[in-house]
Design a protein around this ligand. Structure first.
Ligand code: KG4
Ligand code: ZN
Length: 395
């Protein structure tokens, strides 16, 4: 075992993998157990992508590039680490991985006016995600790292989601790492991913199951669109499903399949479920509010049943001692409650970890904590210049 690095550290974290531009400054204690958020800022572009019914990569990139400098300024200032230089300095770096002139000029102007802040590390999401979006954060991190001479480490976005499920907090400012019992089985459910991953020890991953087609969040978003509900669809489907009054509507034949539920594997499939919803919607001449409630309710139950069944199989197969659920869809109360019930009733010795609601969606806090945790375990990548990897995998 490599001994831990015993030193308190401050990280500037950057997340731009999808449609959230997020920054955070986080300080660890000397052993990498407790993490305090000194400053954070998050700008969601969701409303800008709504008309496309999903995230439009080049728009996401443009928005990230416009917002990175202002959000960094805000975050450093909140952390008490922003010092504006009286006389601007000359920046010689040509920032060769920033292709867009406007962005390069903004970054250059920011660095020319800003004193190197008191941070030890820059942590940036370098994959998986939309490559143009990822590059905004990665090239920005490379620029800050080169000019300030502070190491930049790449963080896997999915590792951030896993870690967010293993943190305890009372105030959403100070986060403490739970005393994790390994192996940890993670159910990652987001807009881009649906995976069951086993972590035997910190940072050592093995794939247990994954979707063969759509991610579960993607299915939520597409079904929401079919029902005429806005993007991102997850929260709207959840609200509609909760409105259903079972007594008045139970006679309607709203039954959807539970894809792959009986297959002897931990893999998933959600595209057939989405297609089944499409046929159901097309068969209704004019969709009423009650129809939407019924379909949302049945769709959500179908997703929940499949997730619970595959998670149960994976817990049985792996003998995991912790179940961690993470990613945007883990905000869903119906899914959380069903997983909680599964653990309480069938796996009583297992710890069930799930993120605070503030950390379910994409954010820089989970990226910063993952970066700090890696630094404490001396497991950071040592690449000099980071490269964005759209299809980066954990395993
Ligand atoms: O992790 P995330 O913020 O971004 C990705 O890494 O993809 O996940 C976004 C996804 C979207 O598909 C969104 O509809 C879904 O999470 N989502 C939900 C809920 N809140 C967000 N799905 C179901 N129920 C929710 N309450
Ligand atoms: Zn995510």
């Amino acid at each position: 075992m490599i001994p831990l690095l015993h030193q308190s550290m401050k990280v500037l974290a950057i997340e731009t993998s999808c449609d959230e531009t997020a920054l955070a400054v986080i300080e660890s204690d000397t052993v990498g157990k407790t993490f305090s958020v000194l400053g954070s800022a998050l700008y969601s572009q969701a409303s800008k992508h709504a008309e496309y019914g999903g995230v439009y990569p080049n728009l996401a990139k443009r928005e990230h590039q416009e917002n990175l400098v202002p959000l960094t300024t805000k975050t450093l200032s909140e952390a008490g680490l922003l010092k504006t230089l009286q006389e601007k300095i000359t920046i010689y770096d040509n920032f060769s991985d920033i292709k867009e002139e406007n962005f390069r000029n903004n970054v250059r102007a920011f660095l020319a006016h800003t004193e190197k802040p008191d941070i030890d590390l820059i942590a940036v999401t370098y994959g998986p995600g939309l490559e143009p979006a990822l590059w905004s954060g990665v090239s920005f991190a490379n620029a800050l790292s080169a000019v300030w001479n502070i190491p930049a480490v790449g963080v896997n976005h999915l590792e951030g989601h896993i870690i967010s499920a293993l943190l305890d907090t009372e105030d959403n400012v100070r986060f403490t790492m739970h005393d994790v019992a390994f192996p940890v089985l993670s159910l990652l459910i987001s807009g881009g991913h649906t995976e069951l991953v086993l972590m035997e020890e910190w940072f050592s991953y093995e794939l247990v199951g994954r979707t063969k087609d759509d991610a579960v969040g993607e299915a939520y978003d597409k079904v929401a669109r079919l029902l005429g509900l806005p993007y991102p669809g997850g929260p709207h489907i959840e609200t509609y499903a909760a409105k259903l009054k079972p007594k008045t509507d139970t006679l309607k034949p709203f039954t959807l399949p539970r894809p792959m539920i009986h297959e002897q594997s931990c893999d998933f499939s959600f595209s057939g479920l989405k297609t089944a919803v499409r046929y159901m919607v097309e068969a209704i001449p004019s969709l009423s509010e009650s129809d939407k409630e019924n379909i949302a309710h049945e769709f959500q139950n179908a997703v929940r049943d499949v997730l619970v069944s595959k998670t149960k199989r994976a817990l049985d197969e792996t003998g995991a001692r912790t179940l961690a659920v993470g990613g945007g869809v883990s905000a869903n109360q119906n899914i959380r409650e069903a997983l909680h019930k599964l653990v309480v009733e069938e796996f009583p010795g297992i710890y069930f970890g799930y993120p605070e609601k503030s950390l379910t969606g994409d954010n820089a806090i989970m990226i910063g904590i993952a970066g700090l945790l890696r630094a404490h375990h001396k497991r950071t990548d040592t690449e000099k210049t980071l490269v964005a990897r759209g299809s980066l995998s954990l395993t």
